[in-house]
Ligand binder design. Structure first.
Ligand SMILES: Cc1ncc(COP(=O)(O)O)c(C=O)c1O
Length: 452
């Protein structure tokens, strides 16, 4: 048995995997990584074009991160959340310091799901209302309130979920739920739709609207200008809180500290995780507005976690934020996106009959694959798995065979490399994806074309 096979067998013996039929998974054993590259037990290298699960913004094994975690481990590995701790206070101050004005307090969690769970709880207690509105084509996490808010198939097997969970259509021009012709029309119609949903659900019953600032796993959907401002206005009109779920897009992914920075719109609560410390130690949290924080000034907040503000995770966040500043990680992500990723993906869109649309922001892009650019029929159906998803599995295999590991979801490939990736590495990975797309072309109604 080769070393990869041995390591995979050891995994399969006792490890239970997320979201999977256990007998059908065969995980690649990863032996190590550095920067934007990781390698398996047999030394095969892959460019990490997914930043693991879009969390590894600083790449693998950033020396300053490893050092900061070791230093904190030497000093104090853990301390209960009831105490004050400098790693925790420093992390909270730095996070609040980069957040939109007025979001000044941080509740720390162990990851994104818990952040969403607590943001929703805060909104419910603050408003005294029950309902939570969220978008179809969204992912907010895997536990009770977070999976209830989720607007994609991972919710289905968890139903029935919490009462008061209502879904609406967000803006998505390429597959507009409103038949819109352009971004401005999509924005206006999506807001009119949300206004109608609020009216029909009863504005006085709604605690919060939770929305991914740029929808992540479900399509890299960038909201049209004006949508978030319109959402803010609707929420203000009805005393509803806006929770911006920035678990995937916060901390540099979009070329800004927070995604909302692109639109100058201020949410009441922001959830974050992943990029806050690149997942070197699990951490998430909720940024809380002064108004919501005031609700818990003299009335206890009904929630907590043994590991809220864990010193190892917070020390990693402190160092990560310092690295972001020292290395201008946000500026770098913005430049790589506009100078390298967007133009190269647009070339691919022009050349491949399987590419329906490319879209994104910062270092976060989607390639939407179709059977026909005329009908926009998806390369594989919504929610496809098993044999139905075979064309996408083939495309992914073609990427991996060329040493690139992108993220695939339904009919899309996502390009989300570490923000520290070298320009040469990025170009090499995009060239590999360009080649791999010929596999998708073969599944179009038009078939492959000679485009070189
Ligand atoms: C937007 C969003 N919210 C919440 C979550 C859940 O975060 P976690 O997996 O850290 O619990 C995710 C995970 O991908 C996410 O993308």
């Amino acid at each position: 048995m080769g070393r990869n096979a041995e390591a995979t067998a050891a995994d399969r013996a006792h490890v239970f995997h997320s979201w999977s039929a256990q007998d059908l998974v065969s995980p690649l054993p990863v032996a190590g990584g550095r920067g934007a590259v990781f390698w398996d037990e047999e030394g095969n290298e892959y460019l990490d074009f997914a930043s693991q699960l879009v969390n590894l913004n600083l790449g693998h094994q950033h020396p300053r991160m490893v050092e900061a975690i070791c230093a904190q481990a030497q000093r104090l590995c853990t301390i209960a959340p009831t105490f004050a701790n400098d790693a925790r206070s420093d992390a909270a101050a730095l996070i609040a310091g980069h957040a939109p004005a007025g979001l000044d307090t941080v509740f720390f969690t162990n990851g994104g799901t818990e952040a969403v769970e607590h943001a929703i709880r805060m909104a419910k207690v603050h408003t005294g209302r029950l309902k939570v509105l969220s978008a179809y084509r969204s992912y907010h996490g895997a536990t009770a309130a977070a999976i209830a808010a989720t607007g994609e198939p991972r919710r289905w097997a968890n139903e029935p979920t919490l009462p008061g969970s209502v879904h609406f259509f967000g803006p998505y021009l390429y597959r507009s739920a409103f038949g819109s012709a352009d971004e401005a029309e999509e924005c206006a119609r999506a807001l009119a739709h949300l206004e109608a949903v609020i009216a029909l659900e009863g504005p006085g019953t709604i605690a919060a609207v939770i929305l991914e600032t740029v929808v992540g796993t479900n399509g890299v959907l960038v909201p049209p200008d004006g949508y978030l401002a319109g959402l803010r206005e609707l929420c203000d009109r009805h005393g509803i809180l806006w929770i911006a779920d920035e678990v995937m897009v916060g901390f540099g992914r979009l070329g800004t500290w927070f995604g909302v920075d692109h639109w100058d719109a201020r949410p009441d609560l922001i959830t974050f995780a992943k990029g806050v410390n690149s997942g070197y130690v699990p951490l998430g949290g909720v940024l809380i507005s002064e108004e919501v924080a005031a609700s818990f000034a003299t009335t206890p907040y009904p929630g907590g976690l043994t590991y809220s503000g864990h010193p190892l995770a917070c020390a990693a966040a402190v160092e990560s934020i310092r690295i972001f500043t020292d290395e201008d990680i946000c500026g770098r992500a913005a430049d790589l996106g506009e100078d390298v990723i967007r133009p190269r993906l647009e070339e691919m869109a022009a050349a491949h009959p399987s590419v329906g649309e490319v879209r994104g922001l910062g270092c976060f892009f989607a390639i939407e694959l179709v059977r026909s650019t005329a009908t926009r029929e998806m390369l594989v159906p919504y929610g496809a798995s098993g044999p139905e998803a075979a064309p996408m599995a083939e495309v992914m295999a073609a990427c991996r065979a060329r040493g690139v590991w992108p993220f695939a979801h339904f009919n899309r490939l996502h390009v989300a490399p570490p923000l520290v990736i070298g320009e040469d590495e990025l170009r090499r990975g995009l060239d590999a994806i360009d080649e791999a797309l010929e596999v998708a072309d073969a599944h179009t109604h038009d078939g492959p074309v000679a485009h070189r």
